[in-house]
Design a protein around this ligand. Structure first.
Ligand SMILES: *Cc1c(COP(=O)(O)O)cnc(C)c1O
Length: 392
């Protein structure tokens, strides 16, 4: 199969993925991979779960699409489920995380236009990640992206993460919102301090600006709670979800409190908002996460894994083992992340290195202790090889 017809956007391994089941993927050559990336924190129920197969089969026999101009049954049911499970009252559905964040950015600007004399600036954190559309790239505080695709969308201010003084100083009469990930995922798993989040909530209340949590990576059980904001005892005004909410099906959502139900007809929308297949899948995925209490399971499995990794600090020189639930990372003693991930893949293990010195572990939420032990056997082997100076 030729790969020259795909527009180049990423360095990819030669393997062509063909089939998945539970924690495993297989390529066209029949190689088996234990998947600790899970589509980048996407396949919350593992590969090809029965719940998704059944939801797709049933919904596709009933209604695939009726146009976004109509309500449909799974859309209403799913929105009801999400609002019942969270502190929010209204939902806008999209297909990708970036689209949910665009929606949050537009809603915050709309709020600024109505309630804050046209304030439009949104303050975000350095090291954050909010997507790859023009506005969400502009929102993302990634210095490497600074020179790209000029002119960027104006109206975004970036400040250091976990630094409340920097945030206070950045707020002005132009500010309409603060937007951040409670745990920075792509940035290498940086967990927001509880005192920082509490102070952010206070600052937003004091200034009359919105607090937006991008929970596209942290939402739906990933951090050991259904939503990461629950760790902090504060409620954001707007939250975005993506990735794990569809278990691999393209689906995202923006949730907001009732008082931010501010769009006029036509100001926000999309051909696939509330698309019935996506709604049926989302409903099935979230029902499974809740009924199997995969949040608590993620918490337990994450705890087990971190404990095992602690024992490797001296042995392999890894440090800063961090994260919540099954969003875990550690630092390597040398910038060997890419080589390690490639060596793991050769040994049938998929693991992610978001930057040269960081390994991130984001398996499906259904991962078992046995899966973790199996993963650790491969990782140990690769660490040994690396320690002995063998080529990975
Ligand atoms: C992945 C991610 C996004 C972007 O989601 P897409 O579906 O790729 O558009 C935005 N924010 C966070 C925190 C993410 O992890």
């Amino acid at each position: 199969m030729s790969k020259t017809t795909i527009l180049f956007t990423a360095h990819r391994p030669e393997a062509v993925m063909e089939r998945g089941e539970g924690m495993y993927l297989w390529d066209t050559e029949g190689h088996e991979y234990l998947d600790f990336i899970g589509g980048w924190a996407v396949n919350s129920l593992g590969h090809c779960p029965a719940a998704i197969q059944q939801a797709l089969a049933e919904q596709s026999a009933k209604l695939v699409c009726a146009s976004p101009g109509f309500y449909n049954k799974p859309m209403l049911e799913f929105a009801e489920q999400l609002t019942a499970l969270s502190c929010f009252d209204r939902v806008f559905f999209g297909s990708t995380g970036a689209e949910a964040n665009e929606s949050a950015i537009k809603l915050a600007r709309k709020y600024g236009a109505i309630h804050r004399n046209g304030a439009y600036e949104i303050i975000t954190a350095l090291g954050g990640f909010h997507g790859r559309t023009l506005a969400t790239m502009s929102a993302t505080g990634k210095p490497q992206w600074e020179p790209l695709f000029a002119p960027k969308i104006p109206g975004f201010v970036h400040v250091p993460f976990n630094d409340i003084d920097a945030m206070r100083q950045a707020v002005s009469e132009r500010t309409c919102a603060i937007m951040l990930e409670p745990v920075q995922g792509e940035g290498g798993v940086n967990v927001a301090d509880p005192a920082y989040v509490a102070a952010l909530r206070e600052l937003c209340d004091e200034q009359g600006i919105l607090l937006i949590f991008d929970e596209i990576q942290t939402g739906l059980g990933r951090t050991g709670k259904l939503f990461a904001y629950e760790h902090y005892g504060v409620e954001p005004d707007i939250m975005t979800l993506g990735k794990g909410i569809g278990g691999g099906f393209p689906l995202s959502a923006m949730l907001a409190k009732e008082q931010y139900n501010l769009f006029e007809a036509g100001e926000q929308g999309g051909t696939y908002t509330g698309q019935p297949l996506a709604m049926a899948v989302g409903k099935a995925v979230v029902s499974e996460i809740v009924s199997r209490d995969l949040s608590s399971h993620a918490d337990r499995m994450g705890g087990y894994l971190k404990e095992k990794l602690q024992a490797w600090q001296e042995r392999f020189g890894i440090c800063r083992i961090r994260g919540l639930g099954l969003l875990i990372a550690f630092d390597l003693p040398t910038p060997s992340g890419k080589a390690m991930a490639e060596a793991c893949m050769k040994h049938g293990l998929l693991i992610n290195s978001p930057s040269p010195t960081v390994i991130r572990i984001i398996p499906p939420l259904i991962v078992t202790q046995e899966d973790i032990d199996r993963m650790l056997v491969v990782l140990e082997q690769v660490f040994q090889q690396s320690k002995q100076g063998q080529a990975l």
